[in-house]
Design a protein around this ligand. Structure first.
Ligand code: FES
Length: 247
């Protein structure tokens, strides 16, 4: 398969970026999107005047959340429920033109080309996305019973990999779905209860101070989340927040 790629190039956060056009040929339909970019970079590396395209990745299995790219106007491309590293070239047509951009949000400044700084998410987690009580050994943990429904909801929320697609998809660059998932997976479990109020306040304050926008209920975040985190978590976050404010 052959493709024409329009890729955002930007040397650093302060520089002005622009699209550059490249061609790649003889790409296997079974090639992943990131492997296709590897092939392009191998091509660019042989040219003394061109520089490989910087993009973030680690696990290439949909686990680490590092590989977020805007592909033809959608976070992680045109398939639902997958990350960029799980997207394959057979999902495109031979000869397609593909537009590839970084996440665009004030809280995620561009480091270089397609790589953005998502450390704002780390700051939110450091504000309260943990439990500080020791859970003890495995037999102690088994003594704390969790009903199946709550366990399922908590595990669904815990699937969030912090990729930032929710922020990139939102017209306000809101991080509500991310914070909601992180608050929910602890709030639904007994181990998360002692610090629940302090946690939600600290995480929401951190989110607001880092330049993320407000949620205006468009649910673009839910539609584009590769882990299909539900917007119900945002409702739970709002309930937790209201309860914490009144206490
Ligand atoms: S590289 Fe880890 S989720 Fe894509």
């Amino acid at each position: 398969m052959n493709f024409k790629l329009h890729i955002w190039r930007q040397p650093n956060a302060k520089a002005k970026g622009h699209f550059e056009t490249y061609s790649v040929a003889n790409i296997s339909p079974d090639c992943s999107f990131l492997e296709m970019l590897d092939i392009l970079n191998a091509q660019l590396s042989t040219n003394p005047v061109s520089h490989p395209v910087c993009f973030d990745n680690d696990c290439r299995e949909g686990i680490c959340g590092m590989c977020g790219l805007y592909i033809n106007g959608r976070p992680h491309g045109n398939d639902d429920g997958i990350t960029t590293c799980q997207l394959h070239m057979r999902r495109f047509r031979d000869g397609d033109e593909i537009w590839i951009e970084p996440w665009r949000a004030k809280a995620f400044p561009i480091i270089k080309d397609l790589v953005v700084d998502r450390s704002a998410f780390d700051t939110i987690i450091q504000a309260g996305g943990y439990i500080s009580a020791t859970p003890g050994a495995a037999p102690d943990a088994r003594n704390t019973l969790v009903d199946k429904h709550s366990a399922d909801l908590a595990m669904d929320a815990a699937q969030c990999i912090g990729c930032g697609a929710c922020v990139a998809a939102c017209k306000n660059a809101s991080a509500m779905l991310f914070v909601a998932a992180k608050v929910s997976h602890l709030a639904l479990l007994p181990q998360g209860q002692p610090e629940a109020k302090q946690r939600v306040k600290a995480m929401v304050f951190a989110m607001d101070s880092l330049g993320f926008g407000s949620c205006s209920n468009t649910y673009a975040c839910e539609a584009e989340c590769p882990k299909q985190i539900k917007r119900d978590n945002i409702a739970r976050l709002n309930r937790q927040w209201e309860a914490a404010k009144m206490s």
